[in-house]
Design a binder for this molecule. Structure first.
Ligand code: PMP
Length: 396
């Protein structure tokens, strides 16, 4: 098979999962009206397929900050910080992240994906080991591949399996980086951080926690799982993204290790890519401020999460183990998931369809993400529609 034939074979596999004409992936969004509504085709739909957890995408503070930066600093930085220089906003945002996490330093990356790539490949290399959760996001896995370190996976959230692998490493644990996530993006479950920290200390490893889905969501201050569990000081490196609760694009790493700064000089995903645009940085700075003052938003988010999770559970759907902004219905087959996804769209509700191999353990998911801007009525409508479809599709 030549290179193009290989692509044809992959396309054929994808089409076999999705009947002709159903564009569940990369669906065209024609107009976007708010944090909760958009137009898909000729339908005005409710958005439950974004990661806009605090619902801030249209907040006047973020929009005004971005406008001002565009006017004052132009559309882009046109280069990397290493070669072309660091704008005031990049440095200010790094200080603000460090301050937010009560850490000595922070680094801003151009995307969340690059934050993981850059941090992991800067920290470990050939001869070192990364011990990662089996359900890790692709950015974690790709960062590990880029690093050249040996990759060992433990079963998702399984501490017995994790310790077994640590024991086998012997003295090599000293050059081992453990990587876990605050909230896992597919089923919305949280890492057992207290046990992970215990094992990290017992075996003398370093720990990186990706708070992509938990920043702004967990903890009184919105710092994430590290705050919720009271373990902030135990985490060596925290990475995260601007593309979820912070409603723009970019990523960060914070740490109390002064060596963090050295990553700037060794990390290709930091050095060899253009830095975030001034407007992106400005809106992120505004969003971080809103997130820090966002206790009411967080409360509303959790009211919405609990409302939908409780209703779907009561209806009989199989869900992830705990409520949160990611609520995934686990279906028996790709066909069932597709049917539910399509029927939801016909009821003007947009959610994510996740088919194997993207979901863990070959599962098929209809994944909702709830945000603070959804109204109680919108969530009730989504819950009622799921209930109706449970009877129509799953009991037929
Ligand atoms: N980490 C996790 C756990 C993620 O889910 C994602 C994206 N969904 C990323 C990192 C990458 O972030 P971004 O899309 O902002 O590049």
């Amino acid at each position: 098979m030549n290179l193009l034939e290989k692509l044809d074979a992959a396309a054929a596999k994808r089409k076999a999962l999705l009947p002709e004409g159903i564009g569940a992936f990369g669906i065209p969004i024609e107009e976007i009206y708010s944090a909760t509504e958009a137009r898909i085709g000729d339908r005005r739909v409710l958005l439950l397929g974004t990661n806009n957890y605090l619902g801030l995408t249209f907040s006047p503070e973020c929009i005004q900050a971005a406008h001002k930066a565009l006017d004052n600093e132009g559309t882009g930085t046109t280069g990397s910080r290493m070669a072309n220089g660091s704008y005031y906003g990049h440095r200010a945002l790094e200080r603000e992240f460090a301050d937010f996490y009560e850490c000595c330093a922070g680094i801003v990356f151009t995307t969340g994906y690059q934050a993981n790539l850059g941090t992991i490949s800067g920290l470990v290399g050939p001869g070192d080991t990364v011990l990662i959760d089996g359900d890790s996001h692709a950015s974690i896995f790709d960062g590990c591949i880029l690093s050249g370190a040996e990759i060992i996976r433990f079963k998702h959230n399984d501490m017995v399996d994790m310790e077994k692998r640590l024991r086998r490493l012997g003295k090599r644990t000293e050059t081992t980086l453990i990587i876990v996530e605050g909230i896992y993006s597919m089923l919305g479950d949280q890492a057992p951080l207290a046990e992970i920290v215990h094992l990290k200390n017992k075996y003398n490893c370093a720990l990186l926690l990706d708070e992509a889905h938990s920043l702004g969501v967990l903890g009184e201050k919105g710092q994430g799982l590290a705050e919720k569990t009271g373990l902030l000081k135990e985490i060596d490196f925290i990475t995260g993204t601007f593309s979820k609760s912070l409603c723009s694009i970019g990523g960060f790493c914070v740490s109390n290790h002064p060596q963090l700064d050295q990553l700037r000089y060794v990390s290709h995903p930091y050095i060899f890519t253009a830095s975030p645009s001034p407007a992106t940085i400005a809106s992120t700075r505004a969003a971080l401020q809103l997130l820090r003052n966002g206790n009411e938003l967080r409360k509303q988010l959790w009211r919405n999460c609990t409302q939908l999770y409780t209703q779907l559970k009561k209806t009989g759907y199989t869900l992830g183990p705990e409520p949160g902004p990611v609520i995934a219905a686990i279906l028996d087959s790709p066909r069932q998931a597709l049917q539910i996804w399509q029927s939801l769209l016909e009821h003007n509700i947009y959610v994510n369809l996740i088919l194997p191999p993207a979901a863990p353990d070959g599962k098929s998911l209809v994944r909702c993400s709830v945000n603070a801007a959804h109204t109680t009525e919108q969530i009730a409508y989504v819950g009622d529609t799921f209930e109706k479809l449970f009877r129509q599709v799953l009991n037929s």
